[in-house]
Write a protein that binds this ligand. Structure first.
Ligand SMILES: Nc1nc2c(ncn2[C@@H]2O[C@H](COP(=O)(O)OP(=O)(O)OP(=O)(O)O)[C@@H](O)[C@H]2O)c(=O)[nH]1
Length: 326
């Protein structure tokens, strides 16, 4: 019996805020394949990322409430099984892992789960590297693992570093992973033809990094000092107070805030405000208008080291508008 056509898989990884969603948005616009399913996983139990992914024809499946490399692996396998059972054949699956994921257990899923391995094959493991912040993050375990398991390193945010810094970083990354192809980008502007369909994933290399990859199921233990908090608020917020609070956070807490993002319900604004930050770099934009019947609510997530939950909750509470008007 001829072997069934395997669906190629893009595993997209990289530390918090490196530019994975930016790449995803660019990548989905650039590839010729028609039927692409995207699986997005978030570290925290929130779907804020769905506001940050530009709507496309591709189907977006969210796998939340845990990191894809740990407790939601069974969920991932189920989602893959459902996709596989559909009549319409898929051209590709793209999996965006959380910034805190170790890619090894995700890679393992495609090698060790029999049914998954029969139907899907890893085309490449792309790791986004935040050229500006990676040095701050190398003390954590996950960025090193993400870099080691990559076959393509997209070294992003080169607009924020000098040529000397770029050379130094390139050398360090070659030292950490001599096999991976290095591509420098700004806002993840890579030509998808340079990566798609190349089958650059090489089992030999990953087994060299982790000889137990094909024999033992891995579970990844996260650094417990890195935590994430999600806050929700139904009461409208005051724009000026929000601006003051964020100015304080960026200035005084930027070092420990790896990632923060959210959707805000601001008093007297008909559109939601979408914001996101990585350490001291912060940006906000206008989001979609609130629909007529839609419940208006602000939701924000903070991910970082040594975060003080109470202080963050107090700050968020302070941003409530002083009287209720929409
Ligand atoms: N200056 C600059 N900013 C960038 C670049 N690429 C992405 N960003 C910004 O960096 C922030 C994080 O980008 P995302 O694509 O959301 O990063 P991510 O890896 O998906 O983040 P998480 O999955 O939430 O951890 C956003 O504000 C982007 O606009 C770049 O090349 N240069």
């Amino acid at each position: 019996m001829p072997k069934q056509q395997m669906v190629p898989v893009t595993i997209l990884t990289g530390f918090l805020g490196a530019g994975k969603t930016t790449l995803l948005n660019h990548f989905l616009k650039g590839i010729d394949e028609q039927n692409v399913a995207v699986i997005i996983n978030e570290f925290s139990d929130t779907s804020i990322d769905s506001h940050l992914v530009v709507p496309t024809k591709e189907e977006i499946i969210e796998v939340n409430s845990g990191c894809i490399c740990c407790n939601v692996r069974a969920d991932l396998i189920n989602r893959l099984r459902n996709l596989n059972e559909r009549e319409e054949s898929l051209d590709r699956i793209v999996i965006e892992t959380t910034g805190m994921a170790n890619p090894a257990p995700v890679i393992q899923t495609f090698l060790m789960d029999k049914e998954t391995a029969h139907s899907f094959e890893i085309d490449h493991v792309i790791t986004m590297v935040d050229a500006k912040h990676i040095w701050q993050h190398l003390a954590e375990e996950e960025p090193g693992q993400q870099i080691a398991f990559a076959d393509v390193l997209l070294i992003n945010k080169v607009d924020l570093i000098t040529d000397d810094e770029k050379n130094k970083l390139g050398q360090r990354l070659t030292h950490m992973n001599p096999h991976a192809k290095q591509i420098y980008t700004t806002f993840a502007q890579v030509d998808s033809r340079d990566v798609v369909g190349k089958k650059s994933f090489d089992l030999k290399n990953v087994v060299k990094i982790d000889p137990t990859l094909l024999t033992e199921m891995h579970h990844h233990h996260h650094n417990e000092l890195v935590t994430s908090f999600v806050f929700q608020e139904d009461h409208p917020l005051d724009l000026e107070k929000v601006n003051n609070w964020f100015a304080y956070l960026v200035q005084c807490k930027g070092e420990t805030l790896f990632r923060y993002k959210g959707v805000l319900y601001i008093k007297q604004l008909e559109k939601r405000v979408v914001f996101q930050g990585v350490h001291m770099l912060f940006a906000s934009t206008e989001g979609a208008p609130w629909a007529k019947e839609e419940k208006r609510q602000s939701e924000i997530v903070f991910i970082g080291k040594h975060l003080d939950k109470q202080e963050l909750a107090k700050g968020f509470h302070y941003c409530r508008a002083s009287f209720f008007a929409t």
